[in-house]
Structure formats: C-alpha cells, structure tokens
Design a protein around this ligand. Structure first.
Ligand SMILES: [Zn+2]
Length: 284
C-alpha cells in the first residue's frame, strides 16, 4: 500500500508533466472514486481547468486547478487507496481495464487506475482536516510528538498509524521506524521514555527520507498492464528481484534473520494489521 514516500515520489514525477496542461475531456468510469463529489459537479469543475500545481499532504495528492472561466482555483484531492496508480498515457494507448477516471490533456491522458476502487479523486477536502503534522516538516517536533504520545494508552505501533498524530506514516514505515529506534511495538505510547521518543522521532524522519531518496532513483515504468513499476510496494512478488523492497529491514520478513543481530524476525497482529519486529533488537 502506498505510504508517504511513494506518494511524494509520484508527486515529484507528475508535477512537471501536469503543470500548465488543460483538461479537455473528462471520462469517469467509476463514480465511486469521486465520492462525495457528484459526476456532474466533477465534470463541471474539471472541464477546461488547467493544472497549475501538485503537492502532497500525508498520503494525499493535492492538485491545484487553475480557474476555468471565471471560477476560483480548486483543489482536487487524490488518494491511491490500496491499489491506485496515477500516470500519463499517450491518447493512442489502450486504457487499462480498471481506469476509474481519465482526463484528456491533448496528446496524453491522465489516468487514475484502481483495481479495487478504494482510492479517491474528489473535490471534497474534508479528509485533510484532521491530519496531524507532516513528519518531514518543521511543525513535527520532538516536543509535540512527546506530548501526543503521553496522552495515549495505545500500543505505540497502533498509535503511529493514527493520521492525527503524524500524517502519512502507514503500516510499513511504522514497523521500520520502531525497528530503527529499538522500541518494542507493543509498548504503550505513553510509557516511552524521553530518549526513546527522541529516537523514534528521528527514526520516522529517517525511514521516510531514505525511502523518498531511494524511490527517486527508481525509473517509473508503467508499460504493460498490471506490471510492477518498482516504485510501489504491494507485497512481495514471488522471486521478484526488487531492490526497492530489499531496503525494508523487517517489514514482510517474518522468519528471516534480523539484519542487525541475526535473530529471527517475528510477525504479530495489532489492530488487525501485521507488525514485523526483532524481539532482540526491540526490547526497549
Ligand atoms: Zn535484531
């Protein structure tokens, strides 16, 4: 499932391709992904609008649409859900079977493809309202992080997935950050000592920055329906040599040796999600 680094890499890739492009036609094949925006409202707002900017907030893509006619600039909110992909295709290329929304930009189409339709492309911005600070931004400080953890009795791994604590950390990078910080995933958030909170704060920023740096070197290749492009982590494909996955130290590695101590990595289920950890390295 794409988390903050994957979305950031996608934003950096798409931003220059979209900037200044005018939407000449709008096709919606799955109205569900627009919800709660209606198909009619979506088409009205997008037709003739120009992409003027693309940024990221947490795991959301924020497309700025320049004014169509005399309307105000609008924000189009994108979320990849579990299996969503966004990319440009030449107009002559065949559309993928699960194309949910297709925006014609002239010689190329912007395609939002989603096999499971959990993603979103909507004019509704309410999902951004409850988001906590950006983990790589200046507002995410050790003091703020410590204060938020001190108010929570939840297991630290579960608490890290709370998007109001810090935006964009998901299941993969929560496990990775806890491993780097040497913190047991089952510890109550409020029981962490100040030194552990500081290590975890730093580890979150490091795992995300490293993943963005790594993802920025991966050539995005969308050729071939359903083919992996090396960027998004959707689970390990059997026998697939994928160095982008290999950078993950504990995630999806149950039974494999810990890269630090050589002991076996364990898996446990917390709040219905898998956690991967090293019981020896994460005793704190
Ligand atoms: Zn270990």
């Amino acid at each position: 499932m794409p988390e903050l680094p994957e979305v950031e890499v996608l934003v950096r890739h798409l931003a220059p391709l979209l900037r200044g492009r005018t939407i000449r036609a709008v096709q919606v094949h799955r109205a569900k992904v627009l919800a709660p925006t209606s198909m009619r409202g979506f088409k009205q707002a997008l037709l003739g609008a120009k992409f003027s900017g693309l940024t990221r907030r947490g795991k959301y893509l924020l497309f700025t649409l320049g004014p169509a006619k005399r309307a105000e600039p609008r924000t189009l909110v994108g979320h990849l859900g579990m299996t969503g992909r966004m990319y440009l295709l030449p107009v002559k290329a065949r559309l993928p079977r699960h194309a949910a929304v297709v925006l014609n930009l002239g010689r190329r189409n912007f395609v939002f493809e989603d096999t499971r339709y959990f993603g979103r492309l909507t004019l509704d911005t309410r999902s951004l309202e409850g988001l906590g600070p950006e983990p790589l931004g200046a507002e995410f400080t050790v003091e703020q992080f410590a204060g938020a953890l001190a108010r929570s009795a939840q297991a630290i791994k579960v608490k890290l997935l709370d998007q109001s604590l810090v935006a964009g950390v998901g299941n993969i990078y929560a496990s990775e950050a806890l491993f780097r910080a040497g913190v047991a995933p089952t510890r109550a958030a409020r029981s962490l000592r100040p030194a552990q909170v500081a290590r975890l704060w730093r580890a979150i920023r490091e795992v995300l920055s490293d993943a963005i740096a790594c993802g920025s070197t991966v050539p995005l290749n969308y050729a071939g329906e359903g083919a992996r492009d090396g960027l998004f982590y959707f689970g390990r494909a059997a026998g697939a040599p994928d160095y982008y996955e290999e950078r993950l130290r504990v995630y999806d590695r149950a039974g494999e040796p810990c890269p630090v101590c050589g002991g076996a990595i364990k898996r446990l289920v917390q709040a219905a999600r898998s956690t991967y950890y090293c019981p020896r390295c994460q005793r704190g």
